[in-house]
Design a protein around this ligand. Structure first.
Ligand code: ADP
Ligand code: ADP
Length: 226
Protein backbone atom coordinates (compact mmCIF):
# COMPACT_ATOMS: atom_id res chain seq x y z
CA UNK A 1 0.00 0.00 0.00
CA UNK A 2 3.00 2.33 0.39
CA UNK A 3 4.98 3.05 -2.77
CA UNK A 4 7.67 5.23 -1.21
CA UNK A 5 9.09 5.44 2.27
CA UNK A 6 11.83 7.22 4.21
CA UNK A 7 12.75 5.52 7.49
CA UNK A 8 14.66 7.52 10.09
CA UNK A 9 16.63 9.40 7.45
CA UNK A 10 19.56 11.59 8.50
CA UNK A 11 21.44 13.88 6.13
CA UNK A 12 24.09 16.49 6.88
CA UNK A 13 25.77 19.10 4.70
CA UNK A 14 29.05 19.86 6.42
CA UNK A 15 28.13 21.10 9.88
CA UNK A 16 24.45 21.55 8.95
CA UNK A 17 22.24 18.66 10.05
CA UNK A 18 19.44 19.05 7.47
CA UNK A 19 17.57 15.85 8.42
CA UNK A 20 17.73 14.26 11.87
CA UNK A 21 15.59 11.16 11.71
CA UNK A 22 12.81 11.95 9.22
CA UNK A 23 10.27 9.22 8.47
CA UNK A 24 7.45 9.40 5.95
CA UNK A 25 5.42 6.84 4.01
CA UNK A 26 3.62 7.75 0.79
CA UNK A 27 0.64 5.71 -0.39
CA UNK A 28 0.26 4.59 -3.98
CA UNK A 29 -1.67 7.22 -5.96
CA UNK A 30 -1.63 9.67 -3.09
CA UNK A 31 -0.86 13.39 -3.35
CA UNK A 32 1.26 14.20 -0.30
CA UNK A 33 2.29 17.73 0.66
CA UNK A 34 5.47 18.25 2.69
CA UNK A 35 5.18 21.56 4.53
CA UNK A 36 7.30 23.43 7.04
CA UNK A 37 9.30 26.63 7.50
CA UNK A 38 12.23 27.61 5.29
CA UNK A 39 15.36 25.66 6.17
CA UNK A 40 13.47 22.90 8.02
CA UNK A 41 14.66 20.18 5.64
CA UNK A 42 11.72 19.79 3.21
CA UNK A 43 13.79 19.89 0.03
CA UNK A 44 16.43 17.60 1.50
CA UNK A 45 13.72 15.07 2.40
CA UNK A 46 12.34 15.26 -1.15
CA UNK A 47 15.85 14.84 -2.59
CA UNK A 48 16.44 11.78 -0.38
CA UNK A 49 13.07 10.22 -1.34
CA UNK A 50 13.86 10.86 -5.01
CA UNK A 51 17.33 9.28 -4.86
CA UNK A 52 19.10 12.56 -5.61
CA UNK A 53 20.86 12.60 -2.23
CA UNK A 54 21.93 9.48 -0.39
CA UNK A 55 21.09 9.64 3.32
CA UNK A 56 23.96 9.44 5.81
CA UNK A 57 21.80 7.14 7.92
CA UNK A 58 18.37 5.54 7.58
CA UNK A 59 16.61 3.84 4.68
CA UNK A 60 14.64 4.80 1.57
CA UNK A 61 12.26 2.29 -0.01
CA UNK A 62 10.53 2.46 -3.40
CA UNK A 63 8.08 -0.15 -4.66
CA UNK A 64 9.12 -2.76 -2.13
CA UNK A 65 12.88 -2.40 -2.56
CA UNK A 66 15.57 -0.44 -0.76
CA UNK A 67 16.96 2.27 -3.03
CA UNK A 68 19.32 4.30 -0.82
CA UNK A 69 21.92 1.53 -1.05
CA UNK A 70 21.93 1.54 -4.86
CA UNK A 71 24.98 2.92 -6.62
CA UNK A 72 24.88 6.27 -8.42
CA UNK A 73 24.27 4.64 -11.84
CA UNK A 74 21.27 2.65 -10.61
CA UNK A 75 19.82 5.65 -8.80
CA UNK A 76 20.17 7.74 -11.96
CA UNK A 77 18.30 5.04 -13.91
CA UNK A 78 15.59 4.90 -11.27
CA UNK A 79 15.09 8.67 -11.43
CA UNK A 80 15.01 8.65 -15.21
CA UNK A 81 12.62 5.70 -15.54
CA UNK A 82 10.31 5.92 -12.55
CA UNK A 83 10.32 9.54 -11.36
CA UNK A 84 9.36 12.93 -12.77
CA UNK A 85 10.45 16.31 -11.40
CA UNK A 86 9.05 19.83 -11.36
CA UNK A 87 10.97 22.56 -9.58
CA UNK A 88 10.48 26.25 -8.92
CA UNK A 89 12.47 27.42 -11.95
CA UNK A 90 15.43 26.89 -14.22
CA UNK A 91 14.37 23.48 -15.43
CA UNK A 92 13.73 24.09 -19.14
CA UNK A 93 16.42 24.59 -21.76
CA UNK A 94 15.56 28.16 -22.84
CA UNK A 95 17.05 27.86 -26.34
CA UNK A 96 14.94 24.80 -27.18
CA UNK A 97 11.29 24.95 -28.22
CA UNK A 98 8.53 23.89 -25.86
CA UNK A 99 8.08 20.67 -27.84
CA UNK A 100 11.83 19.90 -27.79
CA UNK A 101 11.85 20.37 -24.03
CA UNK A 102 8.99 17.90 -23.58
CA UNK A 103 10.62 15.36 -25.91
CA UNK A 104 14.02 15.70 -24.24
CA UNK A 105 13.63 13.03 -21.51
CA UNK A 106 12.53 10.52 -24.16
CA UNK A 107 15.47 11.41 -26.41
CA UNK A 108 17.84 11.07 -23.44
CA UNK A 109 16.30 7.65 -22.78
CA UNK A 110 17.34 6.78 -26.37
CA UNK A 111 13.86 6.66 -27.89
CA UNK A 112 13.85 7.14 -31.69
CA UNK A 113 13.18 10.80 -32.59
CA UNK A 114 9.89 10.17 -34.39
CA UNK A 115 8.54 8.18 -31.48
CA UNK A 116 9.74 10.74 -28.93
CA UNK A 117 8.05 13.62 -30.75
CA UNK A 118 4.86 11.63 -31.39
CA UNK A 119 4.67 10.93 -27.67
CA UNK A 120 5.53 14.49 -26.61
CA UNK A 121 3.10 16.43 -28.83
CA UNK A 122 -0.17 15.26 -27.20
CA UNK A 123 1.16 16.39 -23.82
CA UNK A 124 1.40 19.99 -25.02
CA UNK A 125 -2.21 19.80 -26.12
CA UNK A 126 -3.27 18.21 -22.87
CA UNK A 127 -1.75 21.10 -20.94
CA UNK A 128 -3.24 23.74 -23.24
CA UNK A 129 0.03 24.58 -24.98
CA UNK A 130 -0.72 23.44 -28.53
CA UNK A 131 -0.09 26.96 -29.86
CA UNK A 132 3.30 27.21 -28.18
CA UNK A 133 5.00 24.01 -29.32
CA UNK A 134 7.47 25.78 -31.60
CA UNK A 135 8.12 28.74 -29.29
CA UNK A 136 11.48 28.87 -27.59
CA UNK A 137 10.82 28.07 -23.94
CA UNK A 138 12.81 31.14 -22.86
CA UNK A 139 10.11 33.30 -24.47
CA UNK A 140 7.18 31.73 -22.61
CA UNK A 141 5.42 33.29 -19.63
CA UNK A 142 6.06 31.81 -16.18
CA UNK A 143 2.80 29.87 -16.17
CA UNK A 144 3.33 28.55 -19.69
CA UNK A 145 6.89 27.49 -18.82
CA UNK A 146 5.64 25.63 -15.72
CA UNK A 147 3.06 23.80 -17.83
CA UNK A 148 5.82 22.79 -20.27
CA UNK A 149 7.87 21.62 -17.28
CA UNK A 150 4.89 19.59 -16.08
CA UNK A 151 4.43 18.04 -19.54
CA UNK A 152 8.13 17.17 -19.56
CA UNK A 153 7.92 15.63 -16.09
CA UNK A 154 4.95 13.44 -17.05
CA UNK A 155 5.78 12.50 -20.66
CA UNK A 156 7.51 9.24 -19.70
CA UNK A 157 4.61 8.37 -17.36
CA UNK A 158 6.58 8.28 -14.12
CA UNK A 159 5.36 6.34 -11.08
CA UNK A 160 6.08 9.30 -8.79
CA UNK A 161 6.06 13.02 -9.55
CA UNK A 162 8.24 15.15 -7.25
CA UNK A 163 7.32 18.83 -7.18
CA UNK A 164 9.43 21.29 -5.14
CA UNK A 165 7.67 24.65 -4.78
CA UNK A 166 6.24 24.24 -8.31
CA UNK A 167 4.33 27.53 -8.10
CA UNK A 168 6.90 29.45 -6.07
CA UNK A 169 7.81 31.78 -8.93
CA UNK A 170 4.22 32.38 -10.10
CA UNK A 171 1.51 34.83 -9.11
CA UNK A 172 -1.47 33.41 -7.22
CA UNK A 173 -3.86 32.93 -10.15
CA UNK A 174 -1.23 31.40 -12.45
CA UNK A 175 -0.08 29.17 -9.59
CA UNK A 176 -3.63 27.94 -9.03
CA UNK A 177 -4.01 27.14 -12.73
CA UNK A 178 -0.73 25.17 -12.70
CA UNK A 179 -1.75 23.29 -9.52
CA UNK A 180 -5.14 22.44 -11.06
CA UNK A 181 -3.38 20.93 -14.07
CA UNK A 182 -0.79 19.17 -11.94
CA UNK A 183 -3.47 17.54 -9.81
CA UNK A 184 -5.84 16.62 -12.64
CA UNK A 185 -3.16 15.10 -14.91
CA UNK A 186 -1.53 13.22 -12.02
CA UNK A 187 -4.96 11.82 -11.02
CA UNK A 188 -5.78 10.81 -14.60
CA UNK A 189 -2.42 9.04 -14.87
CA UNK A 190 -2.63 7.50 -11.39
CA UNK A 191 0.68 9.16 -10.55
CA UNK A 192 1.77 9.43 -6.92
CA UNK A 193 2.76 13.04 -6.14
CA UNK A 194 5.16 14.32 -3.49
CA UNK A 195 4.85 18.09 -3.24
CA UNK A 196 7.10 20.40 -1.21
CA UNK A 197 5.63 23.78 -0.36
CA UNK A 198 5.62 26.38 2.40
CA UNK A 199 2.30 27.71 1.07
CA UNK A 200 -0.88 26.40 2.73
CA UNK A 201 -2.94 27.28 -0.37
CA UNK A 202 -0.76 24.96 -2.44
CA UNK A 203 -0.81 22.23 0.22
CA UNK A 204 -4.62 22.41 0.17
CA UNK A 205 -4.52 20.54 -3.16
CA UNK A 206 -3.00 17.49 -1.43
CA UNK A 207 -4.74 14.45 0.05
CA UNK A 208 -2.55 14.64 3.14
CA UNK A 209 0.03 16.95 4.70
CA UNK A 210 3.07 16.34 6.80
CA UNK A 211 5.14 19.07 8.41
CA UNK A 212 8.92 19.03 8.64
CA UNK A 213 10.42 20.78 11.66
CA UNK A 214 14.12 20.82 12.47
CA UNK A 215 14.81 17.89 10.18
CA UNK A 216 12.03 15.64 11.44
CA UNK A 217 8.64 14.89 9.92
CA UNK A 218 5.58 15.56 12.06
CA UNK A 219 2.14 14.40 11.03
CA UNK A 220 -0.50 17.06 11.53
CA UNK A 221 -4.10 15.84 11.36
CA UNK A 222 -6.03 18.60 9.61
CA UNK A 223 -8.46 18.75 12.55
CA UNK A 224 -5.57 19.81 14.82
CA UNK A 225 -4.56 22.78 12.64
CA UNK A 226 -5.67 26.04 14.19
P1 ADP B 1 13.76 23.69 3.14
O1 ADP B 1 13.49 22.98 1.87
O2 ADP B 1 12.81 23.32 4.24
O3 ADP B 1 13.91 25.16 2.99
P2 ADP B 1 16.38 22.48 2.90
O4 ADP B 1 16.18 21.02 2.90
O5 ADP B 1 16.59 23.18 1.59
O6 ADP B 1 15.18 23.16 3.70
O7 ADP B 1 17.59 22.85 3.82
C1 ADP B 1 17.74 22.37 5.16
C2 ADP B 1 19.07 22.87 5.70
O8 ADP B 1 20.13 22.24 4.99
C3 ADP B 1 19.28 24.37 5.51
O9 ADP B 1 20.04 24.81 6.60
C4 ADP B 1 20.07 24.44 4.21
O10 ADP B 1 20.85 25.61 4.13
C5 ADP B 1 20.92 23.20 4.29
N1 ADP B 1 21.23 22.65 2.96
C6 ADP B 1 20.34 22.10 2.09
N2 ADP B 1 20.95 21.67 0.97
C7 ADP B 1 22.26 21.96 1.14
C8 ADP B 1 23.44 21.76 0.33
N3 ADP B 1 23.36 21.18 -0.86
N4 ADP B 1 24.60 22.20 0.83
C9 ADP B 1 24.68 22.78 2.04
N5 ADP B 1 23.63 22.99 2.85
C10 ADP B 1 22.44 22.58 2.42
P1 ADP C 1 14.34 25.79 -0.94
O1 ADP C 1 14.29 26.49 0.37
O2 ADP C 1 13.09 25.92 -1.73
O3 ADP C 1 14.88 24.41 -0.85
P2 ADP C 1 16.88 26.90 -1.53
O4 ADP C 1 17.17 28.11 -2.36
O5 ADP C 1 17.11 26.87 -0.07
O6 ADP C 1 15.38 26.57 -1.86
O7 ADP C 1 17.66 25.66 -2.16
C1 ADP C 1 17.77 25.47 -3.54
C2 ADP C 1 18.81 24.38 -3.79
O8 ADP C 1 20.06 24.71 -3.18
C3 ADP C 1 18.41 23.04 -3.17
O9 ADP C 1 18.77 21.99 -4.06
C4 ADP C 1 19.20 22.94 -1.89
O10 ADP C 1 19.53 21.60 -1.58
C5 ADP C 1 20.44 23.74 -2.22
N1 ADP C 1 20.92 24.46 -1.03
C6 ADP C 1 20.17 24.96 -0.03
N2 ADP C 1 20.93 25.55 0.90
C7 ADP C 1 22.21 25.42 0.47
C8 ADP C 1 23.47 25.80 0.99
N3 ADP C 1 23.59 26.43 2.15
N4 ADP C 1 24.56 25.52 0.26
C9 ADP C 1 24.46 24.87 -0.89
N5 ADP C 1 23.30 24.48 -1.44
C10 ADP C 1 22.19 24.73 -0.76
Amino acid sequence: EYILEARDVHRAFGQTQALRGASVAVRRGELLAIMGPSGSGKSTLLHCLAGIYAPNQGEVWFDGARVDTLGETKRTELRRDAFGFVFQFGQLVPELTALDNVALPLLLAKKPRRQAYAQAAPWLERLGLQEHGDHRSGELSGGQAQRVALARALVHQPRVLFADEPTGALDTLTGEAVMDLLVSTAREEGTTVVLVTHDARVAAYADREIVVRDGRAVTTPSSAVA
